[in-house]
Design a protein around this ligand. Structure first.
Ligand code: ZN
Length: 169
């Protein structure tokens, strides 16, 4: 496994549409392993392949609702993910490893069901609520070249950011 560089806003690769994964081979497995390692190192909750410069439909999402699992166990690999059901609504703050230091208020569904393939090509369904639902939507948006900053109702001000940081400490 190896850490990969996270591409940041301004890099045109983040605005491109990703292609479907058709080969469930070692190259894909290495990509997914590297993405997991990179996500853990960056201490994020999700990562999409274009963020490490690969235009393929693959993402990692942390299921942070499963609090008793270790970070490694919380990570879900989703290849060719599609949101097949969504309901409810949540409005909350969102950030992105590719847009460091920026947080915005984004409206997302409260609950989503995603169909995807695993690294071997087997289809499965997974659902998420709260932050996990938000994360599925955010990561799948990346596969179509969308950043949360386009969807944000507004971007948090420096003052609001400072307040958040103080709360965290
Ligand atoms: Zn992101």
């Amino acid at each position: 496994m190896a850490l990969r560089n996270i591409r940041e806003e301004g890099d045109s690769i983040l605005l491109k549409k990703c292609r479907l994964v058709t080969d469930f081979n070692r190259r894909l497995h290495t990509l997914l392993d590297d993405m997991k390692e990179t996500l853990l190192e960056a201490d994020g909750v999700g990562l999409a392949a274009p963020q490490v410069g690969v235009l393929r439909r693959a993402v990692i999402v942390m299921d942070t609702n499963k609090e008793d699992l270790s970070p490694e166990e919380q990570m879900i690999e989703l290849v060719n993910p599609v949101i097949i059901e969504e309901d409810g609504e949540q409005t909350g703050q969102e950030g992105c490893l590719s847009v460091p230091g920026v947080y915005g208020i984004v409206k997302r569904p409260g609950h989503v069901v995603v169909q995807a393939q695993d690294r071997f090509g087997n289809f499965f369904k997974v659902e998420g609520t709260g932050l996990t639902a938000r994360c599925f939507c955010h990561e799948i948006d990346h596969l179509d070249g969308h950043l949360f900053t386009e969807r944000a109702e507004r971007i948090l001000t420096q003052e609001e950011l400072q307040e958040l940081q103080e709360k965290d400490e």
